[in-house]
Design a protein around this ligand. Structure first.
Ligand SMILES: O=C(CO)COP(=O)(O)O
Length: 137
């Protein structure tokens, strides 16, 4: 599965802890991230991460484009609900595309833990059906 990982600055340490704790699950999948988040995850856990632009420079939009193409299967986005972001419209657009395309999305660690365990039990394998269908048209 293709998993997008994103964390705002005050949530980056949570993301590092999360990806390190669930490293054995994450290493079975393909990881994508906004620029700074991806670098920190890789440096802390050694997991390979494809990095897009930093969020304020368009990284959220790049991940959104992957979602629009049915190329992203899950989004874990640790948002900072207490700090205004200059690229708020990009963040809203990314979450909107998750809803448009029925992409499992967690915006905090409590939800992300449930989702990552479900992933490991194969409960998100239906995404492969969606992608196969897209390849046929
Ligand atoms: O701002 C972000 C998401 O909206 C995250 O971007 P960085 O991972 O580059 O800090």
């Amino acid at each position: 599965m293709n998993i997008a990982l994103i964390a705002h600055d005050k949530k980056k340490s949570e993301m590092i802890n999360f990806t390190t704790a669930y490293r054995d699950i994450f290493k079975k999948h393909d990881l994508f991230a906004t620029g700074t988040t991806g670098k920190k995850i890789h440096d802390a856990s050694g997991l390979p991460v494809v990095r897009f632009q930093s969020g304020p420079l368009g990284g959220d939009q790049q991940i959104g484009a992957r979602i629009a193409n049915e190329e992203m299967d899950m989004v874990i986005f640790f948002r900072d609900p207490l700090t205004a972001q200059p690229h708020e419209p990009d963040i809203t657009a990314l979450l909107r595309l998750c809803d448009v395309h029925q992409i499992p999305v967690a915006t905090n660690m409590a939800g992300a833990e449930i989702m990552i365990r479900a992933l490991d039990r194969g409960e998100i394998n239906w995404r492969q059906v969606v992608k196969d269908r897209k390849d046929q048209v």
